[in-house]
Design a protein around this ligand. Structure first.
Ligand SMILES: Cc1cc2ncn([C@H]3O[C@H](COP(=O)(O)O)[C@@H](O)[C@H]3O)c2cc1C
Ligand SMILES: O=C(O)c1cccnc1
Length: 359
């Protein structure tokens, strides 16, 4: 793997350190002193401890300034008839997000989350729209069944767009980052990335995306197989895998994760697209894993495969199959709740509640 150590990606990778094991142990100790049977808050306790390990403090601060970056990109593999929607829906949905009409716009106010729509790789022109960030690296990927989706340089530049956005978000006060995307055809790219990075058969990583029927689903599996046969991707070279199979928005998400971890800020994954990006990003920097939360399980089979490989539990399952960042948004109150438990609960000693009876 050749990444220039002086590049933004190289510097970001080397600035990420493992999460704080002392703070983790202190948080675990505090969980046992709080007025509840130890472990009774289940995953909420695990999340709280992970938040402490991320920021190095017990209790951890309750995240109050969330930013959801929505990376939009088009896919050359669209040509293989792997989605049942017109390609122009990508740009149309990005514009819809700018004007407040997408699912994430409806869900974000519950947590005060800012939405940052980003053109990182749309195929065609994009009209002006409020809040749109124009950071295009190239105009859509190439069809990965024919050639590489993009060059290594483009893959790195797209990752660096994500890193720079995370830098900007944190500089502006963001204390938790959420990953989102839109890109018709992108579940095919994600299935390919997950299959390649985990060595799993594409039949097990490929799902129906935005509503493929049985025939289209089988075509998607075949397309993924062809892509993997053509490129023979090497999981020890995550940048090469990403360049071969795409997409630009997945690269942007990977960078956003790395950028968050470099600032010791938690990052919430969304569905199958961000899970595929997380495999690439943790391949580039394994210590990233301590900063990631898996927002939800969802319907796409690739999510389960990816989360098992990453070793991350999903925080909830609302049977979502939308993307955009919708599942990450729904997980945020759970993460906030976990931080509040460590901050606001009384200890047995403080509250005068008797401890467990020794047997
Ligand atoms: C109206 C609409 C809004 C969406 N918002 C997210 N997606 C989701 O569906 C797409 C992936 O599914 P596939 O791989 O089957 O094309 C991505 O854009 C993803 O964000 C949408 C899809 C549609 C149709
Ligand atoms: O898991 C997801 O995020 C997802 C599933 C289907 C379509 N688009 C996104």
């Amino acid at each position: 793997m050749t990444i220039d150590p002086g590049s933004l990606l190289g510097r970001t990778i080397s600035s990420i350190t493992p999460t704080d094991s002392k703070a983790l142990a202190a948080a675990e100790d505090r969980q046992c002193q709080l007025t509840k049977p130890p472990g009774s808050l289940g995953l909420l306790e695990v999340i709280g401890c992970q938040l402490s390990a991320i920021c190095g403090q017990v209790p951890p601060p309750v995240p109050t300034h969330p930013v959801l970056a929505v990376f939009a990109g088009d896919h050359g593999v669209y040509e293989q008839n792997i989605t049942c929607w017109p390609q122009e829906v990508t740009v149309q949905m990005l514009i819809n997000m700018c004007y407040g009409g997408a699912s994430i716009n409806a869900l974000a106010p519950e947590t005060g989350t800012q939405i940052w729509p980003v053109d990182i790789g749309l195929a065609n022109g994009v009209p002006d729209a409020p809040g749109l960030r124009r950071l295009r690296v190239r105009s859509g990927t190439a069809d990965f069944t024919q050639t590489s989706a993009m060059t290594r340089e483009e893959a790195q530049r797209a990752i660096e767009v994500g890193i720079a956005l995370a830098d900007q978000a944190v500089a502006g006060g963001a204390d938790v980052l959420l990953t989102g995307e839109v890109g018709l055809g992108n579940t095919t790219s994600a299935s390919a990335l997950i299959a390649a990075m985990t060595g799993t058969d594409p039949q097990l990583t490929t799902g129906r995306g935005a509503g493929s029927d049985d025939v289209m689903l089988q075509r998607k599996v075949d397309v993924v197989r062809r892509g993997i046969a053509l490129h023979d991707p090497d999981p020890s070279d995550p940048l090469g895998v990403l360049a071969a199979l795409g997409g630009l928005e997945l690269a942007g998400m990977a960078g956003f994760m790395l950028g968050g971890a470099a600032h010791r800020v938690p990052v919430i994954l969304d569905g199958v697209l961000s899970c595929s990006a997380a495999l690439v990003a943790t391949g580039l920097q394994p210590d990233l894993i301590g900063y990631l939360f898996a927002g939800h399980l969802g319907d796409e089979p690739g999510i389960k495969v990816a989360l098992e490989a990453l070793g991350l539990p999903a925080l909830c399952d609302l049977e979502l199959r939308l993307g955009e960042g919708s599942g990450a948004l729904m997980a945020l109150p759970i993460i906030r709740g976990a931080a509040r438990v460590l901050r606001d609960m009384a200890t047995f000693a403080d509250a005068g509640v008797s401890g467990k009876v020794d047997e």
